[in-house]
Structures are given as C-alpha cells and as structure tokens.
Design a protein around this ligand. Sequence first.
Ligand code: 5GP
Length: 247
Amino acid sequence: MTKTPIGFVVIASFIVFSDVANAVANNNQRNVCNIEVPFDYLMMALQWPPGICYSNLKKKCVSHGNRFVIHGNWPTFSNGTWPEFCCFQRDFDRRKVSEVEDGLKEKWGTLFTENSDEGFWRHEWKKHGTCAAVSSKLKGQRNYFSESLALYDRANVQSWLEKAAIIPHSASSSKRYTLRELHQAIESHTRKKVRFECRRLPRRIASDPILSGMYLCYDPTTLEYVDCKQRDDADCGNGNVMYLLKR
Ligand code: 5GP
C-alpha cells in the first residue's frame, strides 16, 4: 500500500475545504445555480383584482375582469418561510415563454399600470421561479411558466365558488361570506386545505376584511394538492369577508 504524506493530506483537505467555503460564500452573495434548494410544497398565489384594486388606493390598476389571476407560484417551506432569488445568473428571457405568452398575459398579467407584464414575470421568475428547480416539472423558465399556467387551468376556482353560490358583490352591498363558506367551496374540490388573503381598510370605508387572494398548495414532485400549512388566513379574521365585484 502506498503511503500518502501527511502534509499532502493536510494541504489537500485545506484546498477542498476552502473550495466548499468559497462555494457557500458565493452562494450567499450571488447564489450559484447548480445548487437546487429542496422545499416542502409549491404555493400558487392567486390574486383577486377587484379586492386588491379597491384596497390599494395608491396604485392605478390595469383593467382586469372578475376573475382570480396568478400572482406567483412559490416554493415554500412547511414553517412558512421560503427560499428566494436562488440564481441571479438566470435572468428572465422573454423568448422562452413566447409559446405561452398569450396565456401569461391573460392569466398572469400585472394588475398595476406602473408595472409591465414582463417586469412582473421577470420578478416572479428571479425571486421564486429560480428556486423551483428541484421540482423537475418546473425546472427552467419555460417549464416554470407553462406548468404554473397548467396548474392554474386545473383549479377552476371561479366556478367552484359559483357552484357554492359565492359570487362577488359591489362595495355598497351588505352581502358577506364567511371564511368557512369560502374554505368549503374550494376544499370540497381540492380535498386539501387552502388559504385566503384579505386586506383591511378603515371601518368607514369597508366594515369587513376584503378578499384579495387565495393560495393553493402542491406537492413538488407529483403536483397533486397538499394542505397549505400556514393556518392563518392573512388578515381575514374569523368572521365575514367582502368579496368585491369589479367597479
Ligand atoms: P412578490 O409578492 O412575488 O414577492 O412580489 C411582488 C412584486 O411584483 C412587487 O414588487 C410588486 O410591486 C410587483 N408586481 C407587479 N405586478 C403585480 C401584481 O399584479 N400583483 C402583485 N402582488 N405584485 C405585482
């Protein structure tokens, strides 16, 4: 058996160790792209344009219909935190979504006139999409956007709400829905827990929380529905919620 000089082992170990240390340091600074971050589930964030636009007095809204649209599809950890900006080198390339661009405009367009659709997609790709690579079906920009659109199409949340007689009303209406009704309407189809999001305005403007979004959660591998782990329904309280119609 050949003997390895101890000095060589020490120097070799040092080189290997400093490579790893550099990789980690680079990863913290610039996030090297070959590290795929494992996460627990994907969370599809849907936004309700009339709710957001009514409650967002500072930003002017693009005209959207009475339809939930995509905000993003976010890799998430069970404890409610999430990885973000996993790879700065992968900038958004519009050519890679040309085949699905019509669908993106219709279902994932920005709500705000001050933003562009492309700027919104770029942001969502860099912040969330680059972290989805561990899910082979969403790996790479093309897959990330087309698979997210497919998940959106599969969740017919609008008709699920309508079937449960949950329809939007104008702000002057006194009609309210309970969170329980909202959960039941969606979860009777997904069979898994979803989350809702609301905005609160001063009571003189809106007496109850305004529904602004909904979250659906998916297994990263099978893309089947899983329970959304966070138990709170951000700012929706436990009572009645206003489900607003486009003005
Ligand atoms: P995220 O919630 O994914 O971390 O960030 C959303 C970012 O995208 C914000 O900087 C926001 O200004 C921008 N943005 C552009 N269009 C939209 C939109 O339609 N909805 C939301 N929620 N954010 C948008």
